[in-house]
Design a protein around this ligand. Sequence first.
Ligand code: AHM
Ligand code: MG
Length: 333
Amino acid sequence: MSKITTLDEFILHNENLHEDSSGKLSALLRDIGVAAKIVNREVNKAGLVNILGIAGSENSTGDMVQKLDIFANEKMIALLSNSGECAAIVSEENEKIIHLPKVKEKTPGYLVAMDPLDGSSNIDVNVSVGTIFGIYKVQDINEPIDEKSFLQKGVEVVAAGYVLYGTSTMLVYTTGNGVNGFTLDPSIGEFCLSHENIRIPDRGNYYSVNQGYYLKFDVEMRRYIDYCSDLNLRLRYIGSMVSDVHRMLFQGGIFLYPNTRKYPQGKLRLLYECVPMSFVVEQAGGHAINTRLERIMEVTPRSIHQRSTIVIGSPAMVNEMKDFIRKYTLHEI
Ligand code: AHM
Ligand code: MG
């Protein structure tokens, strides 16, 4: 039987790979691992404890909020408060930033941007959902933390990853030294290293886009989708970014969420959906741009809930999509 490496062991072993080997980032990553186990427990029994159903409230960006969203958000915030290393959180579920209480004499050096439960429209129908997180450094510990503290380019992110609550529960993350995947073993309650040094294939047989918006897409997007059909690529779209991007990491492919009439800037949020997923995909050898051909990791956010278009996945396929944007885009890039 091959040696089991738990997430905690892996984090500690790789601590010295990161410039901040003080153990503070490790403590934060371990807190996220615990939160993922707790959220996983509720996601797996959601249908049984009447935790389903629209909570009735709307979140900060106008989406109907499901109870599991609220549960996941509360658990992530509670667990991220444990280590005392996180100063504040931006969450999809909260309009304002959440300041965390100080722990003993610690000076928190990190900020977390998160989507506690992504793909929330899938909850009531037992389709996979995920948690997305990005960890940034507090740039100046002597300055008060406010929204501006979070408006850092993606290249500043020190760690990012996601939890996929699917057929099995996986945590995939990077601290800038490659991407590793951990599968939860419920029999021991540990995330165990299952996919070491994940590398995305140069291209794949799948494309992932909400084809229902085809007639509302700009011409370059429609032409690219036609091109994918001509190549007999297979359409896979789950409606949960974590699931759609996770499949691409292993099988190759491209995920697109361009501008639509309803979302002229794109639907997905830059800070806690596009950037963390882009960091993971780039670290696995993939590319991630917006439909203005900007590298997602180079965009400076103007607001914490800012939306972005995104084209992310296998390098050869993102490069082909770039050619379509250049060839068919009517407006100046
Ligand atoms: P959510 O964070 O409110 O769940 O919304 C984000 C989700 C993504 O996970 C997914 O890729 C996208 O919304 C699906 O949107 P659509 O239903 O418009 O295709
Ligand atoms: Mg989301």
